[in-house]
Design a protein around this ligand. Structure first.
Ligand SMILES: O=P(O)(O)OC[C@H]1O[C@H](O[C@H]2O[C@H](CO)[C@@H](O)[C@H](O)[C@H]2O)[C@H](O)[C@@H](O)[C@@H]1O
Length: 277
């Protein structure tokens, strides 16, 4: 079977069994455009409206993000959206959770190492001539951004080794992304988070939509779930910045605008099928 036919079969399984389907979707670069200031990355309203339509048709819709759950809910504008009353947001790669049905957040305490990292990162950046890098504090993780620096790629290379050494000294890990190096706790990733919610919901089909290296474990987990007999469809939000996901995706769309259109088309197809049943 060709790759195109395989992808079509995987989509067909979702159309045939929407109530058994879980859609997991990343936030930055997928629901929201990549912008210089992380506080200005708002979800595309077309995508949010489409997710609301899908929320009425699918078993589960979950946003799985590196953002803190509270930040994702705020920047996504997910609260009180029609159709998203069962939305789940898994934040900080699955450590945090928000349930729209109860409006409750589950946020474990921050790891103790973060206070030391917060102290040590600014002088380290200064020593490396990167003192102008934006530092994002996420409670349980610290993120160094190079996007706003004169040469983002060169700065990323300069910082990568020293930040990895710093993370190792504190028994933390570096999560690299689009012009970001994030220091966070090991032990959980989007693949672990996705499997947990698949097991909680009993989903038989899993769709995952993502754009960056942090989504790779979720893509790999969908491949593993397929080997275990579940249905799985992988959608890549492509950009010139990262192409790690496109080769293993079933569907490649162009950035958050392409994702919004794909979600709308999925909702159209599911609604059309429902109206003929
Ligand atoms: O898992 P995600 O939802 O994709 O979040 C991962 C990181 O995303 C954010 O950084 C990215 O988006 C920023 C705003 O568009 C952009 O400035 C940055 O260059 C991108 O890498 C976020 O700021 C990080 O905390 C997340 O880890």
């Amino acid at each position: 079977m060709t790759d195109g036919a395989l992808a079509q079969n995987r989509l067909q399984a979702v159309l045939d069994h929407p109530e058994q389907t879980l859609v997991g979707i990343d936030f930055d670069g997928t629901l929201a455009p990549i912008v210089a200031d992380p506080e200005q990355a708002h979800a595309d309203p077309r995508a949010v409206a489409a997710l609301g339509r899908l929320g009425r048709l699918l078993g589960t819709v979950a946003v799985v993000t590196g953002r803190p759950a509270r930040t994702a809910v705020r920047l996504g504008g997910f609260r009180d959206v029609e159709g998203l009353d069962r939305l789940v947001v898994l934040g900080q790669y699955g450590v945090e959770r928000w349930d729209a049905s109860t409006d409750e957040f589950v946020i474990p305490p921050d790891p103790g190492q973060v206070a030391a990292l917060t102290q040590e990162i600014p002088p380290l950046l200064d020593r490396l001539g990167q003192g102008a890098a934006h530092v994002e504090h996420k409670g349980r993780a610290v993120v160094v951004h190079t996007r706003q620096l004169p040469d983002p790629d060169a700065s990323f290379s300069t910082l990568s080794g020293p930040l990895n050494d710093l993370a190792e000294r504190h028994e933390m890990v570096v999560e690299p992304g689009k012009n970001v190096l994030e220091i966070r706790s090991p032990g959980i990733d989007k693949g672990v988070a996705l499997r947990a919610i698949v097991e909680q919901t009993g989903a038989r089909q899993v769709v995952f939509v993502g754009d960056d290296l942090g989504d790779l474990p979720a893509f790999r987990e969908v491949e593993q779930l397929r080997r275990e007999g579940l249905g799985g469809l992988l959608v890549c939000s492509a950009s010139h910045e990262e192409d790690a996901l496109s080769a293993i995706a079933d569907v490649v769309v162009q950035g958050p605008a392409g994702v919004a259109t794909w979600l709308e088309e999925l909702a159209d197809a599911l609604e059309a099928r429902r109206s003929t049943v």
